[in-house]
Design a protein around this ligand. Structure first.
Ligand code: FAD
Ligand code: UDP
Length: 387
């Protein structure tokens, strides 16, 4: 006798967990969530490491949003700790304020300056490009060659193994450029971390679903297909894999994370660098744009979580090609991949009983809030259908 559910949900990240919770809570649906990894939460998963430090397992996840509905929805599952996410860039043997702002300009010219001076400098240096079509053009059009070479070119080459001109303008265009002293990394109105961590959000979502949800971890959905009956599938994995790569493989970038923990006593000689006891580096994230350095950034998330503990943990991110045994962390936003994705999207649109949502299933470089928004919208759509 096969298991029977209203919905089969593939993937327990923000997309899968949000839509599952909505379908259960508003419709009383019975859902099965199947997750390949050994935990819920997808790439937003966090946990305490062996040193007792709360870490983000798959790279730093800075929550931010401009959307009241998304914030209100997630607030059912968490309180928030406001964070001004500030980072640094390390190049030419020194730390720089980043993203580019008036402080960065002063560091560049080696003396105090006014906002007006920086605006004039930008006017003289930026390249006139009416409609920037790629990541090189968008940065050149905003700050010119010197700052582009200093902060963007090498980082982007390392991260994507592609020239910035072979990436959509949206990739580098998401980094703000400011002429005042606001050096927060992000632009959105609401910037905060879940007070008890991301994992607690997912646990509470699961609790809210109670007996209407069954979550299978360590399982590829294809293993369960012969054993379950369901009316509708919500798929949040890579879209090309769903269709057995019928139109060829979509490109993704992967990462290798190297964690390193330090006991409080080992951090004394780092204080001159970090500026405060108990920390290894001067900010929650330091970017390394130089091509001679193999990692793109070092994250010390304790700066942002505000965890009070003596040890600390840093993580170096090494960009890698995607392949067997690697996670498809980043879709690659450019014209070539968009053309391939379009073919998969047509196939997806022809399947009325499967929804494709989330970063991998829609092949979009989406932040967490955008993925939650997409899941809420899809839940609305499904709720209005009779199953
Ligand atoms: P995922 O979190 O990828 O979840 C999909 C799940 O599906 C995975 O757990 C996967 O194991 C599972 N799955 C796939 N295939 C199968 C299968 N065949 N069977 C069973 N399960 C399957 N966003 C922000 O807002 N702020 C940030 O600071 C931020 N930083 C990021 C840093 C990094 C390094 C990365 C990679 C992403 C970052 N993001 C950030 C983006 C954020 O991770 C995503 O927007 C969000 O997690 C996407 O949720 P999702 O559910 O679509 O996908
Ligand atoms: N970027 C860069 N230099 C930096 C930071 C970012 O060139 O110091 C570019 C790079 O191409 C990167 C993109 O801007 O992939 C987006 O950066 P973000 O930090 O938002 O990336 P994510 O956190 O999504 O990896």
């Amino acid at each position: 006798m096969p298991w029977s559910f209203d919905y089969l949900i593939v993937g327990a990240g923000f997309a899968g967990m949000t839509i599952a919770e909505r379908l259960v809570s508003t419709k009383g649906a019975r859902v099965l969530i199947v997750e390949r990894r050994n935990h819920i939460g997808g790439n937003a998963h966090d946990h305490y490491d062996d040193a007792g430090v709360l870490i983000h397992r798959y790279g730093p996840h800075y929550f931010r949003t401009n959307a009241p509905r998304i914030r209100a929805y997630l607030s059912k599952f968490t309180d928030w700790t406001p964070v001004d996410y500030t980072i640094k860039s390390f190049t030419r043997d020194r730390y720089w304020n980043f993203p580019v702002n008036l402080n960065t300009f002063e560091q560049l010219i080696g003396r105090p300056a006014t906002s007006g001076e920086f605006v004039d400098w930008l006017e003289q240096n930026k390249v006139s490009i009416e409609n920037p079509r790629n990541s090189e053009e968008i940065i050149l059009s905003q700050v010119g060659h010197e700052l582009y070479e200093l902060f963007f070119k090498g980082y982007t080459l390392k991260q994507w193994k592609r020239h910035p001109r072979d990436l959509d303008a949206s990739v580098c265009g998401r980094i703000p450029i400011r002429t005042n002293r606001d050096d927060r990394y992000l632009k959105e109105e609401f910037q905060a971390l879940p007070s008890a961590g991301y994992h607690r959000i997912f646990e509470r979502m699961a609790q809210a679903m109670g007996e209407n949800v069954k979550i299978l971890l360590n399982t590829d959905y294809r293993e369960v297909l012969p054993h379950v009956q369901f009316d509708h599938m919500v798929y949040t994995g890579p879209i090309d894999a769903y269709f057995d790569f019928a139109h060829g493989k979509l490109p993704y970038r992967s990462l290798r994370f190297e964690f390193e923990s330090f006991e409080g006593k080992d951090l004394a000689d780092r204080e001159s660098v970090s500026g405060k006891p108990g920390f290894w580096q001067p900010a929650m994230q330091v970017n390394y744009p130089d091509e001679s350095v193999p990692w793109t950034r070092i994250v010390e998330i304790k700066h942002a979580t505000g965890q009070q503990c003596l040890p600390t943990t840093i993580v170096r991110e090494f960009p890698e090609d995607f392949g067997a045994g690697k996670e498809p962390y980043y879709p690659v936003p450019n014209a070539e991949s968009a053309a391939v994705y379009k073919k998969y999207k047509e196939m997806a649109d022809a399947l009325p009983n499967v929804s494709f949502i989330g970063r991998l299933a829609t092949y979009r470089y989406y932040n967490m809030d955008q993925v939650v928004g997409m899941a809420l919208a899809e839940a609305d759509k499904l709720q209005s259908r009779e199953i």
